[in-house]
Ligand binder design. Structure first.
Ligand code: ADP
Ligand code: MG
Length: 325
């Protein structure tokens, strides 16, 4: 049966019981109670049909991804999720689409313990627009800020790089069709895993962190700018996804260095933390690789195995750049 208007739609697809101690959907505001001694971490990300996702894409995976990219920002700050809100602009009322979208969204919301506590719903726009806000808590002074990298820090990357970029290129047709390869890398693009546990462990251990949403070079560049430091990145150490095997060298290098939509964490930490980080990697069953070092000065150098600097053509994704990647 069609929902009878906006309120019925919210009740059917989005309203879920709020955890105790929290006021969820249904009032003018939600009410949250962050723990004492914690800062509130807040982040918003918007996803626009045709721009961030394909109009005919799978709605369940979209529901997952829309929340995942937001949770990734909490992870990159070292924060624990508290709750999220969802603003939704829908050009049409499509129940099957909404049901699948909501299922994907709620499944991750449950897993990540990030209940949906409010939002807004509107019709009439030409495209689907999703705007999600996540709120989390992080112990005061322990947040992993972009401006906290220090000279002498090690540079680390979690997981493996490049798969989402290759999946996108295969789907857009800028790489020749290769169904086996696409099968290997598609989930990296469509259902990324936010590194929440890693982020929380790193709070108070690492210095600066960022999630790789726009490409390693670009995102690391933000850390360096904010921290007023330079960095060396060792190309040979960068962990590439298995789906990149057999691709042309330039395509691989480009995917690893500049490919976006990765949602792994890039972070810096004092060298005395090496053992602790290696142990953490084993516990989480997640590769965490040392890929470079923070130096004095400005700029980012990419070095080959012999220490020679490699020119890097493109930096990553910028919505307003003239030569779009
Ligand atoms: P208001 O008039 O106060 O803006 P609304 O009528 O827009 O409230 O929404 C009613 C309730 O439903 C509010 O608690 C709001 O947070 C929630 N809500 C609306 N849209 C969504 C959505 N897409 N997802 C989750 N909660 C929503
Ligand atoms: Mg409203």
């Amino acid at each position: 049966m069609q929902p009878q208007g906006e309120f019925d739609l919210i009740a059917r697809y989005f309203k879920r019981p709020a955890p105790s101690g929290m006021l969820g959907i249904g009032d003018d505001c939600a009410l949250l109670s962050p723990a004492q001694g914690c800062d509130l971490a807040v982040s918003t990300d918007m996803l626009v049909e045709g721009r961030h996702f394909f109009a005919d894409g799978d709605p369940r995976r979209l529901g997952h991804k829309a929340l995942a990219v937001n949770l990734s920002d909490l992870a990159a700050m070292g924060a624990r999720p508290l709750a999220c809100t969802l603003a939704l602009s829908l050009p049409r009322l499509d129940n099957a689409w909404l049901q699948a979208f909501a299922d994907g969204f709620h499944a991750l919301s449950r897993d990540a313990q990030c209940p949906l506590v409010g939002g807004d719903t509107t019709g009439g726009a030409r495209q689907v627009v999703l705007c999600i806000t996540v709120m989390g808590e992080v112990r005061r002074h322990q947040a992993l800020r972009r401006d906290a990298a220090r000279q002498g820090d090690d540079l680390w990357v979690s997981g493996v790089l490049g798969a989402a970029d290759i999946a996108l290129r295969l789907m857009q047709g800028s790489l020749p069709p290769d169904p086996d390869r696409l099968a290997l890398c598609r989930s990296a693009l469509e259902t990324p895993t936010p590194r929440l546990r890693l982020g929380r462990y790193l709070a108070g251990v690492a210095h600066a962190a960022i999630d790789i949403s726009d490409g390693l070079l670009q995102d690391l560049g933000h850390v360096l700018d904010a921290s007023q430091c330079a960095a060396d990145l060792w190309l040979d150490t960068l962990p590439a996804h298995a789906a990149l095997a057999g691709l042309d060298d330039t395509v691989r290098r480009d995917a690893v260095l500049a490919g976006g939509d990765v949602y792994e964490l890039c972070f810096t930490a004092h060298p005395r933390r090496r053992e602790q980080i290696t142990t953490l990697s084993r516990q989480l069953k997640l590769p965490i690789t040392r890929v470079g070092a923070i130096r004095r000065g400005t700029g980012l150098r990419v070095l080959d195995a012999l220490g020679r600097e490699i020119p890097v053509p493109r930096r990553g994704f910028d919505h307003f750049s003239i030569s779009q990647t």
